[in-house]
Design a protein. Structure first.
Length: 224
């Protein structure tokens, strides 16, 4: 059965009315069990692309700052895990919680608005978060292991900021490109998910129509 959003006055007598949570779970169950995997490729793997994008950015940014403060292998696990894993998980989780339900429930008549929201979430979590966490982690570890002369933030905040600018400047343009790339990725994934959901709904509607036509023909023959 296809999931259709309608006013109470427009609901057919034989329709099953679902709450928002039930409607989302119902549609997700259909999508995850859809036989033709190619038709739901965007929905099934979109979140994974977002998550991987955030993880790759975290690895690159963290590696850059670690090299600049000469950390080598010091604190490698303690820095890579939060900077790569947390943005990666958040990218998937926030998209699944803030984008997918509204898409399924058709809460907005403006798909572009939902794409923009997805872009903002992905650019923030996938790029800005690692860019903020990586220098903080690297500076703290450099203090701990004494690999570089890092000014204390509470004593010389201006010098620390200047050091941050000096280290960040060589990759500034690339970071901007990564930011834009994440925004485009969020938009593209949301568009692909829209297509997957619409395609499944269309197939279900066609199947439902065919079954109704067959049922009507059978009833007509029995009456004759």
């Amino acid at each position: 059965m296809a999931l259709i959003k309608a006013n109470y006055k427009e609901i057919p007598k034989d329709a099953i009315v679902l709450s928002e949570a039930e409607a989302v779970n119902y549609q997700l169950k259909i999508l995850f069990n859809w036989k033709n995997q190619w038709e739901i490729f965007g929905f099934k793997y979109g979140g994974i692309f977002l998550s991987c994008g955030a993880a790759i950015t975290g690895i690159y940014v963290n590696n850059h700052y670690r090299q600049k403060v000469k950390l080598h292998t010091f604190g490698k696990i303690t820095s890579y895990l939060p900077i790569c894993v947390i943005p990666s998980i958040l990218a998937y989780f926030l998209h699944f919680q803030l984008i997918i339900p509204d898409m399924i429930l058709q809460k907005t008549a403006c798909p572009v608005c939902l794409e923009l929201r997805s872009s903002a979430i992905q650019a923030t979590v996938g790029c800005l978060m690692p860019t903020i966490l990586a220098p903080l982690s690297s500076f703290a570890l450099a203090h701990k292991y004494g690999t570089s002369d890092i000014p204390y933030i509470h004593q010389e905040p201006k010098k620390l900021f200047q050091l941050y600018r000096k280290i960040t400047k060589p990759i500034g343009n690339l970071l901007f490109a990564i930011f834009v790339g994440h925004a485009l990725l969020g938009s593209a994934v949301t568009y692909a998910e829209f297509r997957s959901i619409n395609k499944v709904n269309q197939k279900l509607a066609e199947l439902e129509y065919t079954l109704e036509q067959t049922s009507d023909e059978t009833k007509s023959r029995n009456v004759m």
